[in-house]
Write a protein that binds this ligand. Structure first.
Ligand SMILES: Nc1ncnc2c1ncn2[C@@H]1O[C@H](COP(=O)(O)OP(=O)(O)OP(=O)(O)O)[C@@H](O)[C@H]1O
Ligand SMILES: [Zn+2]
Length: 640
C-alpha cells in the first residue's frame, strides 16, 4: 500500500533542519507528528523574549538558551522515542562540510537570510542532497524544492539586492520618511556611535564641501569641558540648523523640491533643559540593551504615539546623554540594531526632526522601528502553513515523486479563490554559475581596483564565499585557510593591497580568474573586462558582475491551468497582483522570477486540501524572508 511505503520512507529518513525560529519551530513539530524519527537541527541563536509570541516550542524560562536544544527538548516531551540531534552553531561553521551533509536524506531550510541560504544550497549541491527551501513575510510565504540536475537550484534566479536610495536623496533632498530613517540610521547614528574613522559622506560632518574650513574641525568631536547637553545641542544645531542653511544656499537644488526649514534647538526647547532625567542610574546593567531608555526617563510611555517636534528634540538629546552616561564603552563600535531600544529612540527622534525640517509627516517609534529594522510583522499562521508544505514536499522528495514536486506560494489575497498557488518547478538554469558552473564576467578598472576590493565586493558579498581561493591560470593570488604558512599569509596580505594589473600574475582585460570555496566545493570562473569609468550613483561598487543571465525563453510555456483540475488560465499579471510585494519588499530579499501556474493533478489538489487543514493560530511579530514573485517577461522551461 502507498501508505505503508510512505510511512517507511518517513521513518527511514535522516533529516537536517537549518533554523529553529518561526518556521523551524513549526517544522520540527510537524516533522515529529508526521512520523519522522531522525532529525538534526542547526541554529546559532539563543531564545529572545520577542520570539515567544510565535515560536511555540519556547517559553519565558527558556530565554537565553539555545534554540536548537530547547526545541529538541520540547518536542521530545510529546514524541519521546524519536532522535533529535541539536547543534547550537552557525551552519557556515567548517565542520558542517560536504561529508556532514551527505548523511542526510533531505535538508529543510527555515532560515532568515540570503547568505546562509546560499551556503546551504551549495553544500546540498555538492553533497547531492535535495533541499526544501522556505520563507515567509507576513501573509506571504513560499516553499521551493531544489534537487540537483532536476530542478533549479536556489541560486538559479538572481536575488535582487536590498533596496538602496541615491546618496543625494538621503543627504540632501529626502522626500519620504524612509529617507530620513536611512539618514538617521546609516549616517548620523553611524557617525556618532560607530567607527569614528569611517568614510561617511553625510553632510553632518562639517560645513559645505566648498568651504575651506572643511577639515578645520570634526564637529562630532566632543570638546574639552563640554558637557553632554552642550555637546548634544551643538550637534543638533549643526545637523538640523546650520547644514540645512548651507544646503538652502544652493538655489539649484531647490528648483524642483520643497525648501526645508532649518531647526535650532533653541527654537523648540528651553535654553536649559531642567529635567530630572539624564541622571542615569549607573548601576544599571549596560549589557541589557532594553534597560536604558530615553522614553522611560522622559516619561513617554506609548511607542505608538507620534511625538511632537519638541518631544523628538528632547528624546534626541536625552538618548545622546544616555549613550554617553551609561554606554560610553560601546561608543565607536556600535552599529544600529533594531532590538537596541536606545538606538531606536535616537534614530526615531533624529529622523523625525529631519522629517519636520523637510515637511515630511512624523512617525511613531513603533513605525520608525519597523522601517529602520525592515520589519514586516510575522504571521504565525503563515509559518505553520509553510512548515506543513515543507513536510509535504520533503515526503515527495523522499519518495522520488519527481512529477509532483511543487513550488508553493502563499498569497495575501485569494487569487481565483486560492490562497496557495502551486507551481511546477523549473529545470536548472543553464547560465547559473552555481549549479551549471556557467562563467561570470566582471567589468572592473584593473588599474585602479585592488584585489581587496574584488575579494570584499565580489567574492564575499556577491558570490557569498567564506573560504575563498583565487587563481589566475595556475598561480594562487589569494587564499583563506587555517593551515597557511606565515610567508604565504604575508604574500596574500600584500596581494590584497595591489591593484589587479600589478598582481604577481597580472589581471587585466581578457583574464579568466578562477574563484573557489573549498568548504562549499563551489568553483566559479570570472572573465575580466577592463573598464575605465563607473557611475558612482548607479554602480557604487565601481565594478559590475554579470553573466548570471536567465534561461532562454520557451514559447509554449505560456499556457497555464488553474488549481483543482480547472482548466482556466491564470495570467501572470493576475498572479503578479496577487503577490503584491511592493510595500514589503524594502530591504527584504525578493527575486523577480517568473513562475507559471502549472497543470495541477488530482494529487496536487489533495495536497492542497491537506495544507488547508493546518490549524489556524495567532499572528505576530517580525521576520525577514525570501520571496519570489511573478514576472511577465521571463519564461522558463519547466521540469521535463
Ligand atoms: N547561519 C546560520 N546558522 C544557523 N542558524 C541560522 C543562521 N542564520 C539564521 N539562522 C537561524 O534561522 C532562524 C530564523 O528564524 P526567524 O526568521 O524566525 O528569526 P528569529 O531570529 O527567530 O526572529 P527575528 O529575526 O524576527 O527576531 C533563527 O533562529 C536564526 O538563528
Ligand atoms: Zn542554479
Amino acid at each position: 500500500m502507498a501508505s505503508l511505503h510512505h510511512a517507511n520512507v518517513v521513518k527511514g529518513a535522516t533529516v537536517l533542519m537549518v533554523g529553529a525560529g518561526g518556521i523551524g519551530c513549526e517544522l520540527l513539530k510537524t516533522l515529529a507528528l508526521s512520523g519522522f524519527q531522525d532529525i538534526h537541527i542547526i541554529d546559532m541563536d539563543t531564545i529572545e523574549v520577542s520570539n515567544l509570541n510565535r515560536q511555540f516550542l519556547f517559553r519565558q524560562s527558556h530565554v537565553g538558551q539555545s534554540k536548537a536544544k530547547v526545541a529538541r527538548d520540547a518536542v521530545l516531551r510529546f514524541r519521546p522515542h524519536i532522535s533529535i540531534t541539536p547543534y547550537h552553531a552557525n551552519v557556515k561553521d567548517s565542520n558542517f562540510n560536504v561529508d556532514f551533509f551527505k548523511q542526510f536524506s533531505v535538508v529543510l531550510n527555515g532560515l532568515d537570510n540570503l547568505d546562509a541560504r546560499r551556503h546551504v544550497n551549495r553544500l546540498c549541491l555538492a553533497a547531492e542532497v535535495p533541499l526544501v527551501e522556505s520563507g515567509t513575510t507576513g501573509f506571504l510565504g513560499q516553499v521551493t524544492v531544489h534537487v540537483k540536475g532536476k530542478t533549479e537550484c536556489y541560486e538559479c534566479q538572481p536575488k535582487p539586492a536590498p533596496k538602496t536610495y541615491p546618496v543625494c536623496t538621503i543627504t540632501s533632498t529626502p522626500s519620504k520618511f524612509v529617507h530620513c530613517i536611512v539618514w538617521a540610521k546609516d549616517l548620523l547614528f553611524a557617525k556618532f556611535f560607530g567607527d569614528k574613522n569611517q568614510e561617511n559622506d553625510l553632510n553632518v560632518r562639517s560645513s559645505d564641501a566648498s568651504n575651506s574650513s572643511e577639515h578645520a574641525e570634526d564637529v562630532f568631536e566632543r570638546r574639552n569641558n563640554e558637557d553632554i547637553e552642550q555637546y548634544g545641542r551643538r550637534i543638533y544645531d549643526h545637523v538640523f540648523g546650520y547644514n540645512i542653511e548651507v544646503a538652502l544656499s544652493n538655489e539649484e537644488t531647490w528648483k524642483n523640491c520643497t525648501r526645508p526649514k532649518p531647526i535650532y534647538s533653541g527654537d523648540v526647547l528651553p535654553e536649559n533643559l531642567n529635567h530630572q532625567n539624564g541622571n542615569v542610574d549607573k548601576s544599571r546593567a549596560t549589557d541589557d540593551l532594553s534597560s536604558v531608555s530615553s522614553m522611560a526617563s522622559l516619561g513617554l510611555k506609548n511607542p505608538q504615539d507620534v511625538w511632537s517636534l519638541t518631544e523628538n528634540s528632547r528624546v534626541f538629546l536625552e538618548s545622546l546623554k544616555l549613550f554617553f552616561a551609561s554606554r560610553e564603552k560601546e561608543i565607536g563600535n556600535l552599529s544600529f540594531d533594531k532590538d537596541d531600544q536606545l538606538a531606536v529612540e535616537f534614530v526615531t527622534a533624529a529622523a523625525n526632526i529631519r522629517a519636520a525640517s523637510f515637511g515630511i509627516p512624523l512617525h511613531s517609534l513603533f513605525e520608525a522601528k519597523g522601517i529602520a529594522g525592515n520589519i514586516v510583522h510575522a504571521v504565525a499562521t503563515t509559518n505553520a502553513i509553510v512548515a506543513g508544505l515543507i513536510v509535504i514536499e520533503a515526503i515527495k522528495v523522499l519518495e522520488r515523486d519527481t512529477d509532483n514536486y511543487r513550488m508553493t506560494y502563499c498569497l495575501e489575497h485569494p487569487s481565483r479563490k486560492m490562497l496557495l498557488m502551486p507551481v511546477e518547478p523549473f529545470e536548472p538554469n543553464k547560465s547559473c554559475c552555481v549549479c551549471s558552473k556557467s562563467p561570470l564576467s566582471l567589468e572592473i578598472n584593473t588599474h585602479r581596483s585592488k584585489l581587496r576590493d574584488f575579494v570584499e565586493k565580489i567574492v564575499k558579498a556577491k558570490l557569498g564565499m567564506n573560504f575563498p581561493l583565487i587563481m589566475h591560470e595556475s598561480k594562487l593570488l589569494y587564499e583563506v585557510g587555517d593551515d597557511l604558512e606565515d610567508d604565504m599569509i604575508a604574500n596574500y596580505t600584500a596581494n590584497l593591497e595591489k591593484v589587479l594589473s600589478e598582481l604577481p600574475s597580472s589581471v587585466t582585460g581578457g583574464t579568466m580568474l578562477t574563484v573557489e570555496d573549498l568548504q562549499q566545493e563551489f568553483t566559479c570562473n570570472i572573465y575580466i573586462k577592463h573598464r575605465e569609468e563607473f557611475d558612482e550613483e548607479k554602480e557604487p561598487d565601481g565594478m559590475v558582475l554579470s553573466g548570471w543571465t536567465r534561461a532562454p525563453d520557451k514559447k509554449d510555456d505560456n499556457k497555464s491551468v488553474g488549481n483543482g483540475g480547472s482548466t482556466s488560465k491564470a495570467s501572470p499579471t493576475e498572479a503578479q497582483k496577487a503577490v503584491e510585494l511592493d510595500e514589503i519588499s524594502e530591504g527584504t530579499e525578493i527575486s523577480g522570477k517568473k513562475r507559471k501556474r502549472p497543470e495541477v493533478s488530482t494529487n496536487e489538489t489533495n495536497n492542497h486540501n491537506e495544507v488547508q487543514k493546518v490549524d489556524v493560530v495567532d499572528d505576530e511579530d517580525d521576520e525577514l524572508v525570501m520571496l519570489d514573485h511573478w514576472d511577465t517577461d521571463n519564461k522558463k522551461k519547466r521540469l521535463q
